[in-house]
Ligand binder design. Structure first.
Ligand code: AMP
Ligand code: ZN
Length: 475
C-alpha cells in the first residue's frame, strides 16, 4: 500500500513495524453533541483505510478514544470544557451527555457501514494512565508545574514542529487572535497536561492527583489510550486535518518524550467537509447529521458513496444538489446490481482467476493512497467484464469489502427503498408537540413538558434541548 504521510509530506510505501500486523489509532469524537456529517467524512475515510489494509491481508487492530473530558472550547487550552458546556446546555450531568452522544455516534457509525473498532475507550476510564505518564514527563524534565497546572515544556524537544513546520510563527502571541496569553506558560506552544486551576469553576468531573484535584488535558488522552492498547510503536494514527495542530503535534511531543524513541510512523489526515459557509463545525451549532439526511429521505449509504467519490486529501464541498445527484447514481447502481443478481443461476461457476485478477487491480488502484473514486470506476467496469453474472457479482461483493456501500443489500433492491422521507403528518405532529412543550416550559409546567417528551418517545421520537433550539431524531 502507498500512503501519503503527513509527517514526511510524501507518499510512501507502507511498512508496518511487525510484518502483516497493523496498529491503528483513531481520534474519537468529543461527545458533547451529535457528530455532524463532516466528522463522519473523517470516520468513513478511515474506515476505508482499515478495510483496504484488511483486504490486502493485514491483521489490523484499531483503537479509538471517546473524549468525555478535557477538550476545551479552544484547542489551545482556553475556554470551558466542551463537555461541561454540553451538560449545561441540556441540564444534564456530563456523564449523561457522554452516554447519550456516544450511543448516538455509534448508531450513525453503524448506519454508514463503518466497522466498530476493536477497542473503544472513554478518557474518563484512564485517569491512572494519564497520571502515570504525566509523572514520568515531570521526572524527565519535559514538564513543569505553574499556577497549579502541569504543562508540557515544548522547548525540551528538538523537533516539536515536525508534523506542522509552519506553525511556529503563528504561535507568537498576538499573531493569532484566539490564543490568549497564559502567563504560566514558559513557551507559547506549551500545553496543559493536567489542570487543577481553571478560570471555570464548574468543571464537573475531577480526580485526585499528585498535583491536586483536577482533570487531564485533551492531548494526553490519545497518547495514553494508544499506548495502553497498542504499545510503544504505533503504525498509523488518523484524524481530520484540524487535528494536526495542536492535537497531534502535542501527542507526538508527549509520547516521544515519555518513551524516549519514535512513536508513530504514518499520519493519515482527512481533509474537511465544507458547506457554503466554510468548515462544518460542531461548535457552530448549525450542523447536518445523519438523522437530518434520513429525515430528508437520503439513505446514510448515499452519503458514504458521496464521500467515496472524492479523494480524502481534498476538501469536499457539501450541497444538497450534489447529494441528489449521488442519490440518483446510487439508486441506478442498486437497480443494476439487483438486475445482475436476478441473472445468477445455480449452475454458474465463479471464475476464480478472473476474480483474483480483479482483486489485484483493485488493490493497485485503491491501495495507492486510498483512491476511492478510481475504486468506484472499477466497480462500474465490472458490469462490462466478459464473465457470467455469478462472477461479476462475486467481483462486486469483493470490492465492497473495502467500499462498504451495501452491494449485498442492493442485490435484493432493498437499500434505497428502506428509507422514506418522514411523512408530512408526522412532521406536523412533532412540531406541534415541540411548540406545546415550549409553552408548558415557559409556564413552568414541567410535569406537562415531561409528559409531552414521553408521548413523543412512545411514538419513537427523541427530543433534545440544545442552545440552538429543540432537535429531534428517531429512536
Ligand atoms: P471532534 O468530535 O470535534 O473531536 O472531531 C471528531 C473528528 O472529526 C476529528 O478527527 C476531527 O478532525 C474531524 N472533523 C471535524 N470537523 C470536520 C469536518 N468539517 N470535516 C471532516 N472532518 C472533521
Ligand atoms: Zn486524539
Amino acid at each position: 500500500m502507498i500512503l501519503y504521510n503527513t509527517l514526511t509530506r510524501e507518499k510512501e510505501t507502507f511498512i508496518p513495524n511487525e510484518e502483516g500486523k497493523v496498529k491503528m489509532y483513531t481520534c474519537g469524537p468529543t461527545v458533547y453533541h451529535y457528530a455532524h456529517i463532516g466528522n463522519l467524512r473523517s470516520y468513513i475515510m478511515e474506515d476505508v483505510l482499515l478495510r483496504e489494509l484488511r483486504y490486502e491481508g493485514y491483521e489490523v487492530k484499531r483503537v479509538m478514544n471517546i473524549t468525555d473530558v478535557g477538550h476545551l472550547s479552544s484547542d489551545a487550552d482556553t475556554g470551558e470544557d466542551k463537555m461541561v458546556k454540553g451538560a449545561l446546555r441540556e441540564h444534564k450531568s456530563v456523564m449523561e451527555i457522554a452516554k447519550f452522544y456516544t450511543d448516538a455516534f455509534f448508531e450513525d457509525f453503524k448506519k454508514l457501514n463503518n466497522i466498530y473498532p476493536e477497542v473503544v475507550e472513554p478518557a474518563t476510564n484512564c485517569i491512572d494512565d494519564f497520571i502515570k505518564v504525566v509523572s514520568v514527563l515531570l521526572e524527565k524534565g519535559h514538564a513543569y508545574i505553574a499556577g497549579g497546572n502541569v504543562y508540557f515544556d515544548t522547548s525540551t524537544l528538538e523537533n516539536y514542529y515536525a508534523l506542522t513546520p509552519h506553525k511556529e510563527d503563528d504561535l507568537r502571541v498576538g499573531v493569532r487572535d484566539d490564543v490568549e496569553a497564559d502567563e504560566n506558560k514558559k513557551n507559547p506552544a506549551d500545553f496543559v497536561l493536567w489542570f487543577t486551576k481553571s478560570k471555570f469553576e464548574d468543571q464537573q468531573l475531577k480526580w485526585d492527583s499528585p498535583w491536586g484535584v483536577g482533570y487531564p488535558g485533551w492531548h494526553i488522552e490519545c497518547s495514553c489510550i494508544s499506548m495502553k492498547h497498542l504499545g510503544e510503536n504505533l503504525d498509523i494514527h488518523c484524524g481530520g486535518v484540524d487535528n494536526i495542530f495542536p492535537h497531534h503535534t502535542n501527542e507526538i511531543a508527549q509520547s516521544e518524550a515519555y518513551l524516549g524513541h519514535k512513536w508513530c510512523n504514518y499520519w493519515f489526515h482527512v481533509q474537511h467537509l465544507n458547506d457554503r459557509n466554510g468548515k462544518m463545525s460542531k461548535s457552530e451549532g448549525n450542523i447536518l447529521t445523519v438523522s437530518t439526511l434520513e429525515e430528508k429521505g437520503y439513505h446514510p449509504l448515499v452519503y458514504r458513496f458521496y464521500c467515496l467519490q472524492s479523494h480524502y486529501r481534498k476538501p469536499l464541498e457539501f450541497t444538497f444538489e450534489n447529494l441528489d445527484n449521488t442519490k440518483a447514481i446510487y439508486e441506478k447502481l442498486t437497480s443494476r446490481v439487483a438486475e445482475l443478481a436476478k441473472q445468477v443461476t445455480p449452475d454458474q461457476v465463479v471464475d476464480s482467476s478472473l476474480l483474483d485478477e480483479n482483486k489485484r487491480k483493485f488493490i493497485n488502484v485503491v491501495g495507492n493512497d486510498i483512491n476511492t473514486a478510481s475504486g468506484i470506476s472499477l466497480l462500474y467496469d465490472t458490469f462490462k467484464l466478459e464473465a457470467n453474472p455469478a462472477t461479476k457479482l462475486a467481483v462486486l461483493e469483493s470490492f465492497d469489502e473495502v467500499l462498504g456501500i451495501g452491494i449485498k443489500e442492493m442485490e435484493s433492491g432493498r437499500v434505497t427503498q428502506e428509507v422514506e422521507s418522514v411523512d408530512e403528518d408526522l412532521l406536523a405532529y412533532i412540531n406541534e408537540k415541540i411548540e406545546e412543550r415550549k409553552e408548558a416550559k415557559k409556564a413552568k409546567d414541567f410535569t406537562k413538558a415531561d409528559a409531552i417528551r414521553d408521548e413523543l418517545r412512545a411514538k419513537g421520537i427523541e427530543i433534545k434541548d440544545t442552545r440552538e433550539g429543540v432537535v429531534w431524531k428517531r429512536i
